[in-house]
Design a protein around this ligand. Structure first.
Ligand code: SAM
Length: 359
């Protein structure tokens, strides 16, 4: 059964609720990292089959996606997000899978906005439905979007998304997002050597001067289905070098401590780019992110092999204070630093798929 590729202790017992840690105040893990960011996967489904994320051979017609009953409802997501807010979370990102496939996503945005008025509320999307949904998402209180786009020519993009989705439709989505005020729009390009690295400079050129920020992401060994090899990774230093051969770049200070992307700006004032070097320059030491999977498991690392079942608590008798204490205790025990200790061997470990825990 293909589901076993990602199933993570589905029968894992409900978490014991500690009675020592106090609920509702900021927490730090064993490496003194605060809990600041929450990524919520709202669906494990996607309409793309990106070869580096949801390869067709695995995620095919026989693949067992989560049944509706296992998926957190909007009310459950909002309740948990509010509790995370009490523990220090300042940024919430909706992702997946493809989050815009979740029907009524704008209603969830509105619920989160009401529950967490001060939080930075964003969403990562492949852009396929963004043209239609951008106005409603903005109206509901979304702050910004990140749109994934791996190439500007249809042949390269189609070979990567593996469903022949056209570039033009994603560009329309980006325009619609900017018009709706979901700006600055960030454009994520995963760079895989031999697949799309020849598009790096074109991408930089295309978005220079638009106000959008392209972020070049090193191809990562997330999950266990993409056949990752170190040779496929294009180091960020090489990306910066290639772009700077055409356009002079200057480093920019991070917007805040622990920012994942390293920022560079065009010396002529045409905007900025970012590089995300999770393979060649691990940023575990400042990682303040956790992930809530579509079925309500909490993961404290993108490369985790197991999660913690919050859904049983949410659907059981646990009070808000109980759940907050459980989350706080999980975070306080956190030691993850996968990218610092990555080797060819660890890359083969059976890790959870990104579509399940949220990219
Ligand atoms: N469907 C949405 C999208 O396409 O943006 C959200 C989910 S997707 C998993 C989130 C981000 O993770 C995308 O920008 C995607 O390109 C990136 N991603 C997926 N697999 C990756 C990998 N193996 N290495 C680096 N980035 C990856």
């Amino acid at each position: 059964m293909k589901r076993t590729v990602i199933a993570l202790n589905p029968a894992r017992p409900a978490l014991p609720i500690p009675d020592t840690e106090s609920a509702g105040r900021p927490v730090a893990d064993r490496r003194a990292r605060a809990l600041r960011d929450l990524r919520i996967s709202v669906t494990d489904r996607c309409n793309f089959r990106c070869v580096y994320c949801m390869p067709k051979e695995v995620f095919d017609a026989s693949y067992a996606f989560l049944p509706r009953s296992e998926i957190l409802t909007f009310e459950e997501i909002t309740r948990l997000a509010r509790l995370f807010g009490g523990l220090g979370v300042e940024k919430v990102r909706l992702t997946g899978g493809e989050p815009l496939l979740r029907r009524g996503i704008e209603r969830l945005v509105a619920m989160l906005r009401a529950a967490l008025p001060g939080v930075d509320l964003t969403l990562t999307t492949n852009g396929s439905a963004l043209k239609a949904l951008a106005p409603a998402l903005a109206q509901a209180g979304l702050d910004r979007v990140t749109v994934s786009l791996d190439a500007l020519d249809d042949a390269t993009f189609g070979a990567l998304n593996d469903v022949d989705f056209p570039v033009a439709k994603v560009l329309e989505g980006i325009d619609a997002a900017a018009q709706a005020g979901l700006a600055p729009v960030k454009v994520n390009m995963v760079v895989k050597r031999g697949a799309n690295d020849h598009q790096v400079v074109d991408m930089a050129r295309r978005f220079r001067g638009t106000g959008h920020i392209v972020r070049f992401i090193e191809y990562m060994d997330v999950g266990s289905t993409n056949g990752w090899r170190m040779d496929d990774v294009v180091p960020s230093a090489e990306i910066v070098r290639r772009i700077s051969e055409g356009f002079a770049l200057e480093p920019v200070d991070p917007n805040y401590a622990g920012e994942v992307a390293e920022r560079w700006r065009y010396a002529d004032g045409a905007g900025e780019i970012g590089v995300i070097s999770s393979v060649t320059q691990a940023f575990c030491a400042s990682c303040t992110r956790c992930r809530l999977s579509t079925d309500g498991q909490l993961f404290t690392c993108l490369f985790a092999q197991q999660g913690y079942d919050l859904k049983s608590l949410v659907r059981g008798e646990a009070s808000d204070a109980d759940i907050a204490r459980a989350i706080g205790a999980i975070w306080q025990r956190r030691e993850d630093r996968y990218s610092e200790i990555r080797t060819a061997e660890t890359a083969k470990a059976r890790k959870v798929e990104m579509s399940f825990i949220g990219g």
